[in-house]
Write a protein that binds this ligand. Structure first.
Ligand SMILES: Cc1ncc(CO)c(N)n1
Length: 218
């Protein structure tokens, strides 16, 4: 079994909850309240800042240039079309990107996890966080890809950004990186990567839980 399939099997319940979530079901049906989508995007824009730094760190720690290039291309996508999507969608939904929204506790947990991985010096730990973040998004968005064109752009483009051939390629690359380095890792490094995989999946679920509830104050 591929190491990443084994890791996914360890978190099956959280994975299922994160990828078959009422939040994304409502998003894909076009029934999600616009104020919920706006609040989610404002929190996710805070997430993206840490994600960009983590991805940059993984690029810096990749074992070779061919290992780094797909991640570098993905960084360009996030910094280009995805960043522009955030700016357009937040504005269209009546919000603003600056000043940034105060981070919700789940967002803070995610920011801390990503910063820890980015500064760990351990490539596998970085890739574990990145691969869960992208693979869970591919899993929830793919079944809805055919609905994207008929939705308002703030829903439709969010599905399109996380489905399709190119995004499948991103996830295949990240998984492949973790599969490739896994057998070379010390027990301690495997443990750190496993913990990062588990925690990231739990936080993906919690992030949608909080967004669905509209980020209640306590
Ligand atoms: C919380 C979260 N996880 C994963 C992704 C996919 O990049 C995202 N945009 N936000």
């Amino acid at each position: 079994m591929r190491p990443t399939d084994h890791l996914k099997s360890l978190v099956a319940e959280d994975w299922q909850a994160a990828t078959r979530h009422a939040f994304t079901d409502q998003l894909a049906a076009g029934t999600l309240r616009e104020d919920r989508m706006l609040a989610y995007l404002q929190q996710d824009y805070l997430f993206i800042e840490g994600f960009v730094r983590l991805l940059a760190s993984a690029i810096a720690h990749a074992p070779s240039l061919p290992d780094a290039i797909p991640a570098a291309q993905f960084l360009g996508l996030i910094s280009g079309p995805e960043n522009t999507y955030f700016l357009r969608a937040i504005e269209a939904l009546g919000g603003q990107v600056s000043p940034p929204a105060p981070a919700h506790p789940v967002t803070v947990d995610f920011q801390n996890l990503m910063q820890q991985a980015a500064h760990s010096g351990r490539y596998a730990q970085m890739i574990a966080v990145l691969s869960v973040a992208e693979w869970t998004y591919l899993d929830w968005a793919s079944p809805h890809a055919d609905k994207a064109a008929n939705l308002p752009f703030w829903f439709g483009e969010w599905i399109t950004l996380h489905s399709g051939r190119d995004f499948e390629g991103v996830v295949a690359h990240l998984r492949g990186q973790l599969d490739q380095v896994w057998p070379t890792l010390s027990t301690e490094d495997q443990q750190a990567a496993r913990a990062a995989f588990v925690t990231t999946t739990r936080l993906e679920r919690a992030f949608f839980d909080a967004a669905l509830a509209g980020y209640p104050a306590s």
